[in-house]
Design a protein around this ligand. Structure first.
Ligand code: ADP
Ligand code: MG
Length: 249
């Protein structure tokens, strides 16, 4: 899925480097994600996948290089950052819902606070998104009253409520009991089918095969392999990827 020469990629990283003290955690990352593309990021623990997601969302700063969304760089801080960050939805391994707010309030908070949406409009939007992810009837409950799979679907609805241009998923199913994994992946597959641009860190091969346009394999802070899901899983090129796949498959 390479981008046509003149349109800017929806997300573009150019020569991105990041250190945590002496640890060089992202090494000269160049990456483009086209509008509507679903990119799966795979790689061993500690290879920099979460850091990559967090830098795209400016939850982490970078040392050198640039990250742009539709050709625009995210400012480092301030009001403008909050507004532009709304373009990048993020779903984490731990759902991070506000424990003392209802499911509905969890979803309406961002649109009301960041986008200045009227409460009635935010409620309507939130309910339609909660319906879409299959938890509309849970709107008045608190997060703890829902299963992990349901909470993660709420987290997806919450991110969607900001009408993001791209959604980042960082191992969204790895904290879930096995029987709940598919209900979350199914929602993600539907999102992909609807044309959402997605960057998904996951080792769920079924999801990658069903929804991914492209897979990148990271190791030691570098992108060491890039392929279609079919090619990556059946015919990995590097020893690192072969070794990794032999452990997870
Ligand atoms: P992955 O998501 O692929 O498991 P991470 O991006 O979480 O990898 O981490 C990459 C490396 O950076 C690891 O060695 C990790 O220990 C280190 N690291 C991650 N976050 C921090 C941090 N806030 N401070 C220092 N080191 C960190
Ligand atoms: Mg991680």
């Amino acid at each position: 899925m390479t981008n046509p020469a003149h349109a800017p990629a929806l997300v573009e990283l150019k020569a991105v480097n990041k250190h945590y003290s002496a640890l060089h955690v992202l090494k000269d990352i160049n990456l483009e994600v086209a509008k509507g593309e679903v990119l799966v990021v795979i790689g061993p623990s500690g290879s920099g996948k979460s850091t990559l997601c967090r830098t795209i969302n400016r939850l982490e700063t970078i040392d050198t290089g640039s990250i742009t969304i539709e050709g625009k760089e995210l400012p480092a801080e301030g009001k403008e950052l909050a507004r532009l960050r709304a373009d990048v939805g993020m779903v984490f391994q731990s759902f991070n819902l506000f424990a003392h707010k209802t499911i509905l309030e969890n979803v309406t908070l961002g649109p009301i606070k960041v986008k200045g949406m009227a409460k009635a409009d935010a409620d309507k939007l939130a309910l339609s998104l909660l319906e879409r992810v299959g938890v509309g009837h849970q709107a008045a409950k608190l997060p703890a009253q829902l299963s992990g799979g349901q909470q993660q679907r709420v987290a997806i609805a919450r991110a969607l409520a900001m009408k993001p241009k791209v959604m980042l998923f960082d191992e969204p199913t790895s904290a879930l009991d096995p029987e709940m994994i598919n209900e979350v992946l199914d929602v993600m597959v539907e999102l992909a089918k609807d044309g959402m641009t997605m960057v998904v860190v996951t080792h769920e091969m079924g999801f990658a095969r069903k929804a991914a346009d492209r897979v990148i394999f990271m190791a030691d802070g570098q992108i060491v392999e890039e392929a279609t899901p079919e090619n990556f899983f059946t015919n990995p090129q590097t020893d690192r990827a072969k070794d990794f796949l032999s452990k997870i498959l």
